[in-house]
Write a protein that binds this ligand. Sequence first.
Ligand code: C5P
Length: 233
Amino acid sequence: MAKDVIIALDFKNAAETYEFLDKFGREKPFVKIGMELFYAEGPEIVRNIRKRGHKIFLDLKLHDIPNTVKKAMNVLSRLDVDMVNLHAAGTAAMMTAALEGLMRPDGTRPLLLAVTQLTSTSEERMQKELLINADLKEVVASYAFNAKTAGLDGVVCSPREAALVKGRCGKEFLTVTPGIRYPSGEIGDQVRVTTPREAAEIGSDYIVVGRPITAAPDPVEAYERVKKDFLGK
Ligand code: C5P
């Protein structure tokens, strides 16, 4: 399994997105399309970015009853993306249904990842509002294990949780980690951040990087730096 840097395409429309991707010329970075861009432009944006030659993580975080998620995943499987995700809180029945829905007629499917607890959820809020009385780390590890048991490929988590997840689920179980920053950069709304090199050392398989690349004066140079630091080449 190849480690890679995934650029979060957090743009508000197709025009801004293509303007950004055009800067990379013949290089085709692995990209993440999230709710903002998908809801603004619909599935066409996914098809077009795919046609341009990019690998795609479609980050729509599905969470609904198993039958609905199964049918929605079946639609997404036809978009020819490489990764999709859902909330592990939907339970094992939902995750299993999602996997069934994702399987293409030729027996292939995108990788399926689970979100355990959002990194924006603090332990205090989880306990007080969601009435989950365990430690946040235990919830993350336990939801990750549920995802693995249901047959999923990995989780989206903080790099600081990656070692815990690998410890519970095995090193083949993928960790895809956002929250990447350099000490000199703006943190923005991320709380617990890690550099690309630290993420590599901890054992992230893929890092998701948005603003440190998209808001850089020279995004291509920023991408090359992140790649060099994360992949060591
Ligand atoms: O700009 P930045 O590097 O913070 O972008 C991180 C990307 O990863 C955003 O698209 C954000 O929605 C996503 N993400 C995250 N934390 C999670 C899950 C996804 O930051 N737990």
